[in-house]
Design a protein around this ligand. Structure first.
Ligand SMILES: Cc1cc2nc3c(=O)[nH]c(=O)nc-3n(C[C@H](O)[C@H](O)[C@H](O)COP(=O)(O)O)c2cc1C
Length: 199
């Protein structure tokens, strides 16, 4: 039995293509991995706090020196890293907003790229501490960006995942969703075919 953690980040519930891709993923994954446990965290419904002084204090100060607010911020943040540490498979579902990921997903990453927990600094540079995990990234984009300089999702997420030790990452993009003609339907069909292959 493996644990799958899904992070949703579209600001919309209705008509969201990235959420449609997630539903497709869950259906396919459950068919091929019926015993797996799937956990879903929806950053639109339950956004995680941005980094602030309390959280940084909670991370950096010894326990005895933490204020109540710092201790609470640390506890909230630890829930997110614990959830990631427990997962074998991480699924990030992300619309493209202004060429990159939603700020809600960036805020989640700011919690889980955590020194001493998911990476550490060594004399030769940073080292990812997560081993044996894979990630699948489902994106929805109004235009077409794969392989272009306008794509600030895939290179950034690849870097962020590698930094914490997740090197096996599949990107599945539904592109051209806001373009006229057949792009919308083709983009979704292409992504669903890729999901079937990956799941
Ligand atoms: C605020 C905002 C910014 C967007 N920025 C981009 C963009 O930079 N490039 C792009 O191709 N599509 C952009 N889009 C289109 C979305 O990526 C597209 O509608 C996608 O389907 C949204 O994901 P969702 O369907 O899961 O909500 C933007 C949409 C919104 C609402």
């Amino acid at each position: 039995m493996s644990r799958v953690l899904i992070i949703e980040s579209s600001a919309r519930q209705q008509d969201s293509v990235s959420r449609q891709l997630t539903r497709e993923f869950v259906e396919q994954w459950q068919a091929s991995h019926p015993d797996d446990q799937i956990t879903l965290r929806d950053l639109a419904v339950n956004p995680v706090p941005h980094l602030d002084a309390d959280l940084l204090g909670g991370w950096m100060k010894p326990e005895a020196q933490r204020s109540t607010a710092e201790a609470q911020a640390l506890e909230r943040s630890n829930l997110l890293t614990d959830e990631l540490l427990a997962a074998d498979v991480l699924v990030l579902a992300a619309p493209m907003y202004n060429f990159t990921i939603p700020s809600t997903l960036k805020a989640w990453l700011d919690h889980v790229l955590r020194a001493g927990i998911t990476f550490k600094y060594t004399p030769t540079g940073p080292q990812g501490l997560l081993t044996g995990k894979r990630a699948i990234v489902l994106t929805a984009r109004g235009g077409i960006h794969a392989g272009a300089v306008s794509d600030h999702q895939e290179p950034y997420l690849r870097q962020a995942m590698a930094f914490i030790g997740i090197h096996e990452v599949d990107f599945i993009h539904a592109e051209g969703l806001n373009m006229s003609g057949d792009f919308h339907d083709q983009g979704i069909a292409h992504a669903k075919a890729r999901i079937a292959a990956v799941a």
